[in-house]
Design a protein around this ligand. Structure first.
Ligand SMILES: [Cu+2]
Length: 118
């Protein structure tokens, strides 16, 4: 999985979007605690879609295989996210397809909205 992610990152960098990758905090994958406290209300919003692999409603974490998020310069990949409002995970189960909103600021990012696809 990590190798796949690295390949994806290399591909993105080759496309000249290295800055987007750095700003998007790809270094933080697998350790999503990083930078979340620094997130502020004026962060940038991105739309994501994907399949849920794991949900931890208690800690507010979710693992999603998401489709490419062009505004982030991200290829399709599997990764962990922190969810701002843990309560939103109550209705989210592994195997579900979801739509979500991702807020980024600096190197941090978190899901601010998530719901099953209709
Ligand atoms: Cu990703």
């Amino acid at each position: 999985m990590f190798k796949q992610m690295m390949q994806g990152m290399v591909a993105v960098m080759l496309l000249g979007a290295a800055q987007v990758v750095l700003a998007g905090g790809m270094q933080g994958m697998g350790n999503m605690d990083m930078g979340t406290q620094a997130l502020a209300a004026e962060g940038q919003m991105h739309q994501g879609h994907g399949m849920v692999n794991k949900v931890n409603a208690q800690s507010g974490k979710i693992n999603i295989t998401h489709e490419p998020i062009e505004s982030m310069g991200w290829p399709r990949m599997t990764m962990d996210f922190n969810v701002q409002d843990k309560a939103e995970l109550a209705n989210i189960k592994p195997g579900m397809k979801v739509d979500f909103e991702l807020m980024t600021k600096g190197k941090g990012y978190r899901i601010t909205k998530i719901a099953p696809q209709k």
